[in-house]
Every structure is written in C-alpha cells, then in structure tokens.
Design a protein around this ligand. Structure first.
Ligand code: GUN
Length: 281
C-alpha cells in the first residue's frame, strides 16, 4: 500500500520550527511583519487570506491586513505597495491573486520590492531561481520539495515529470526539481500521448487543473505522485487532479487532497517571511 504523504503533519512541523525561530528573533528585539493585500471579496481569496493571517498569528508574525474595495484603481494599489516597499518595519508584501480585471497583475507583481517578494512571483525572484541564485521561491513548489525531502524521497537522478506550466507552479517546480538533480520533463495539456510521458515518471507532479484526470493508466508502478489540484465536486467534497482511489494502490507514495500539498503553501509563505526578515536585518 502506498505511503500517504501527510502535508498537514509536515506543514505543522515546519510551522513549529518557524515559531521557535521567530521567538528567538523576538528575544533579540526583532519583529517580523507581513503586509497582506486583498482587492475585492472573492470568497476563495478571503479564505486563503484568512488562513495566511491565522498562520502569521500562530507563528508570531505581525500581519497588516489591507482589505481594499473591488473598485480600487491600479494607481491606488501601486501607491500602497510603494509605501510598503519603503517602510522599514514591513518585511514581506503579499498581494492575493487574482486581482480584479481592471488591474494589471504583472505590473503589480513587478512593483513589489524583490527583497519583500515573499510569494516569489517577481521576475527577479524567478530569474534568480532559474540561474541558481538566492531569492524567494514560489510557495507551492517549494512546499512540494519539502514534502519529498521530509518523507525521505530521493530526487537525485529520478525521472521527474511535471504536468502543468504555470508561472506559479509548473515552471518553478521544474526548476526546483532540476536544482535537486532530477531529470525533468515538463508536460502540459497540449502534450501528445501524455500517458506515455507520465508513465516514465518516478516522481509525477500533477498540476493540470482537471479533477481526477490522472488515473492509473498514467502512472508507472511504484511512482511517487504529488497532486497539486484542488477542486470541489458536486457532492461538495474536495478532490485533486489525481483519481486518488484508482492511483493509490499502484504508487509507492501519494499526497491526499485535502491535506497534501495545500497546507504546505502557507507553511512556505511563513518560511519566506522569516527569511525576508533575516535578510533585511
Ligand atoms: N492566489 C492563489 N494562490 C496564490 C498564492 O500563492 N499567492 C497569492 N498571492 N495569490 C494566490
């Protein structure tokens, strides 16, 4: 039977390590502050932002919440970010995505000072990852590397297949696996004969954005399967991009949904906040 990779337990462990680190920093008179900006009232964003604020509270990071109305102009948002960039008491800045259609998301991401870019979305952060320099790494793929390492799964020399090429998950995931000496293939929805590619994977990262897409026909016997997807089914239950019940019996390890990759994203955001503060002092 497959090892179930427990993202809830691993993220709790990381958060406890960070809590200790933050407490040590506080003892030296150093406080960490994260600014969290949400524009509009998208219900999913409200839940994510709420969870980020809760994690800050647990770890001992001060969060400054900016809940801006839907009609906020791009200029108003850019001015707020500019002010936060200049504040020495603010270590990290997070703008929850998606933004309303009238605001240029790329422009907003570029406006965040790279040393405060705890989401790792700024082109400078992405470029640094690409050439192996220090910089913030997008939280979901960084969390997946932690899941693998803390579960004792070796990456060096393994065939790694990432299905999905988004800037937030697929592309940084491929770069991180490469950095860990994996042999990396990036596939996507237009890949021909996808199953023949995914069947090569010792480690498969599924981020195609389609509920229960990956059945056992896509999986090599004994593979490690990491499921990035999260979808609400008609019966209100959550599922991932992987058909868990079908795939679990043939793989060696698998992340559940919920409780796999999801909790790691926030844990890594907290880790980036602690790192941002350490770098700024
Ligand atoms: N929206 C969905 N995921 C994310 C994330 O990781 N960061 C931000 N800022 N917005 C998101």
């Amino acid at each position: 039977m497959a090892q179930i990779i427990d993202g809830k337990a691993i993220s709790a462990q990381i958060k406890d390590e960070l809590k200790q680190k933050v407490s040590d920093m506080k003892a030296q008179g150093k406080e960490i502050t994260l600014a969290v900006i949400q524009v509009g009232t998208d219900p999913a964003s409200t839940v994510y932002v709420g969870n980020k604020k809760k994690a800050c509270e647990y770890i001992g990071i001060r969060s400054l919440a900016y809940e801006l109305p839907e009609e906020t102009t791009e200029q108003e948002l850019l001015s707020l970010i500019d002010g936060l960039n200049q504040r020495t008491d603010v270590n990290g800045i997070l703008v929850q995505l998606p933004l309303p259609a009238h605001i240029d998301e790329d422009k907003v991401i570029r406006s965040i000072a790279p040393e405060k870019d705890v989401d790792g979305f700024h082109p400078q952060s992405v470029g640094a990852l690409c050439i192996g320099e220090k910089g913030f790494v997008s939280c979901t793929p960084a969390g997946i590397i932690q899941l693998l390492k803390r579960s004792g799964i070796e990456i060096t020399g393994k065939e790694c297949v990432v299905v999905g090429r988004s800037n937030i998950v697929g592309k940084p995931m491929a770069l991180l696996l490469l950095r860990e000496n994996g042999t990396v293939t990036v596939a996507h929805s237009k890949t021909k004969d996808l199953a023949s590619v995914t069947k090569r994977a010792d480690i498969l990262v599924a981020a195609i954005g389609k509920p229960k897409f990956f059945t056992r026909e896509y999986i090599k016997e004994g593979a490690v399967v990491i499921d990035v997807g999260i979808h609400r089914m008609e019966n209100k239950k959550l599922c991932g991009d992987v058909d868990y019940d079908d795939v679990a019996p043939v793989c060696s390890a698998i992340t559940p949904v919920p409780g796999g990759v999801g909790p790691m994203t926030i844990a890594m955001l907290m880790s980036n906040c602690v790192e941002s503060a350490s770098m700024q002092w």
